[in-house]
Design a protein around this ligand. Structure first.
Ligand SMILES: Cc1cc2nc3c(=O)[nH]c(=O)nc-3n(C[C@H](O)[C@H](O)[C@H](O)COP(=O)(O)OP(=O)(O)OC[C@H]3O[C@@H](n4cnc5c(N)ncnc54)[C@H](O)[C@@H]3O)c2cc1C
Length: 407
């Protein structure tokens, strides 16, 4: 590959949701950017992974608007007007309403593929250099730059940059090359993802149903369709994947009930093993990692991309200011400021998701009682509901802790 430039201001590794969003947030800033992506465009756009439905918080939608992405994909998304959270077989229920929160929608549902393909097309329209399919094989840093060795098809290339951003997902090569340790919490669960047609309209309600065998989310997706994210213990998930369609649907219907009428499958079933993966740190020398490379969450609360996009916004804002002031965008001090700006949100969002998984995956009677009392209490305390709504809308990092609100 003939590159016009071997030196960039920023090299982003990973042209997925976080990496491409960062590239777009930084377009028109005068910064020279390269994105290195392991997959070809075709592989990226046709990957089975793209089938997963993402629940986007209102804050995420605003960011996608700001970077000029939302306007073109809005018509592919379904608004969430209400959220019903319930605990199957128990009395606890929480209902959240966009109307009561004075907003148009609590969030939106869209497939990852719809966002990913649009991001790829938008990046192609910019001056960003996209190198794909390519993989980083080595990194070294000195005082002024980071040196990146990569394999592009059968060629070896070497680039330098003032800053390297690792946005290469949960199995991040950049994290490994930087020797950043990771902590993995296995929940022993698998998320089964598909889409069902329903005989009754969803009325733009998202259902989150906690069951003894794991949480089940039905999210409005299209006119009479719902995206299903059904988290089950690994063994049950294996059996459900092996079942024929009829048996699978029967089990799903048994778990959810008939509030939306009868289900029929309108997309293939996919299985995603879920765990919590946390990097020991976000920065090393002139490199920073963002998105799933730092935090891969259980999908139960639909927070992964929402959190990753907040990494993108913070980093882009700070980079633009630093660049305008002609300061070093890869200096350790600058990157440390970014890290401290993100720590609190990471801690809160990871903690929130992890507690949900633990609380609702547990058959212990005392915990079942606690979670039901919790849900019932939530439903009757406006401040708590407002907190939960704001969490769902991606605004929670700006509001006080729940404990303080309840006092
Ligand atoms: C079943 C399921 C449901 C989910 N639901 C939600 C939800 O409702 N809401 C939500 O906010 N989030 C949700 N998520 C999480 C969300 O999908 C992730 O947080 C998001 O995809 C992370 O984006 P990313 O760009 O950081 O990583 P990725 O999407 O993993 O992208 C990483 C990119 O880096 C590339 N790459 C990897 N290695 C290399 C390498 N060595 N060199 C170059 N490139 C490389 C990959 O090809 C890929 O393009 C869900 C996840 C799952 C599995």
């Amino acid at each position: 590959m003939e590159l016009d430039e071997q030196h960039f201001d920023i090299v982003i590794v990973g042209g997925g949701l976080a990496g491409n969003s960062l590239g777009l947030a930084l377009r028109n800033t005068g910064l020279k950017i390269a994105i290195i992506e392991a997959n070809t465009k075709d592989q990226l756009l046709n990957s089975a992974l793209g089938d997963r439905a993402l629940a986007l918080a209102a804050g995420t939608v605003r960011t996608l608007e700001d970077i000029g992405v939302w306007q073109a994909i809005r018509s592919k998304a379904s608004a969430i007007k209400d959220i019903h959270v319930s605990d199957k077989g128990h009395f606890g229920k929480v209902r959240l309403s966009a109307k009561k929160q004075n907003v148009d929608a609590l969030g939106y549902v869209i497939t990852a593929r719809d966002i990913e393909s649009h991001l790829v097309q938008e990046v192609e329209k910019t001056s960003i250099t996209v190198i794909s399919p390519a993989r980083v094989v080595g990194l070294t840093s000195d005082e002024k730059s980071v040196h990146i060795s990569l394999k592009y098809r059968d060629e070896s290339l070497c680039l330098t940059a003032k800053l390297l951003v690792g946005a290469d997902g949960g199995n991040s090569t950049i994290r490994k090359l930087l020797d950043i340790p990771q902590e993995i919490t296995e929940y022993g669960q698998t998320a089964l993802v598909t889409t069902v047609k329903t005989t009754l309209h969803h009325n733009n309600i998202a259902y989150e149903r906690f069951t003894d065998s794991g949480p089940l989310a039905l999210l409005p997706a299209g006119k009479n369709e719902c995206a299903v994210v059904w988290t089950r213990r690994n063994k049950d998930a294996e059996a459900l994947m092996a079942d024929n369609e009829m048996d699978f649907l029967e089990q799903l219907q048994l778990c959810f009930g008939y509030r939306l009428g009868r289900f029929s499958l309108s997309a293939p079933r996919r299985a995603f093993p879920v765990s919590l993966v946390r990097a020991g740190k976000m920065q090393s020398g002139r490199a920073i990692i963002i998105g799933n490379a730092v935090h891969q969450l259980h999908p139960v609360a639909g927070q992964g991309f929402n959190l990753g996009l907040r990494d993108v916004v913070q980093l882009a804002d700070m980079l633009i200011k630093q660049h305008r002031q002609h300061k070093d965008i890869g200096s350790a001090d600058f990157l440390k400021t970014y890290v401290s700006a993100r720590e609190n949100d990471h801690r809160k969002t990871i903690g929130f998701t992890d507690s949900l998984v633990r609380l609702f995956s547990n058959d212990n009677l005392a915990l079942a009682a606690a979670r039901n009392i919790g849900l019932a209490v939530f439903d009757h305390i406006p401040a708590a509901k407002s907190f939960l709504s704001k969490h769902a809308m991606g605004l929670a990092q700006n509001i006080p802790d729940l404990d303080n609100q309840q006092q």
